[in-house]
Unconditional design. Structure first.
Length: 130
């Protein structure tokens, strides 16, 4: 386990906890938009964590899509389709702003993506800390 793993792991878990808090408290448009921004940060840290894990396992992945696929192959991700939907939502939030789309993405974050992150974190914890 490299120092880089520990740094990215800590950053990811902190971002995930802040995302969870944002989801629980988001009521206004501004808070919902802020939650979507937290999702973007959390997603970026997640795929970078996978990149570090893959590198430590002797596999190189340079893009979010490749890292998600490798995370699935290595067993850290249990639902590849959910991972790719999450990537699609992240891509939508960074390139286009549409209020209806953003509300749909917020619902996905709240109902699916945050659970996905916690499930992947559970698998990572089992592998590295159990």
């Amino acid at each position: 386990m490299s120092n880089n793993f520990e740094d990215v792991y800590q950053d990811f878990t902190l971002a995930l906890n802040k995302l969870q808090l944002a989801i629980e408290t988001a009521k206004t448009d501004l808070e919902i938009d802020g939650t979507i921004q937290r999702f973007e940060f959390t997603f970026e840290l997640f795929w970078k964590l996978l990149k570090v894990i893959c590198f430590d396992e002797g596999v190189e992945c340079k893009s979010p899509r490749k890292c998600l696929k490798m995370g699935y192959q290595l067993g850290f991700i249990k639902d590849e389709k959910a991972a790719l939907l999450m990537l699609e939502d992240r891509n939508k939030t960074t390139h286009i702003y549409d209020e209806d789309m953003s509300r749909n993405i917020f619902a996905n974050i709240k109902n699916t993506h945050v659970c996905f992150f916690y499930a992947a974190l559970y698998e990572i914890n089992l592998y590295f800390f159990e």
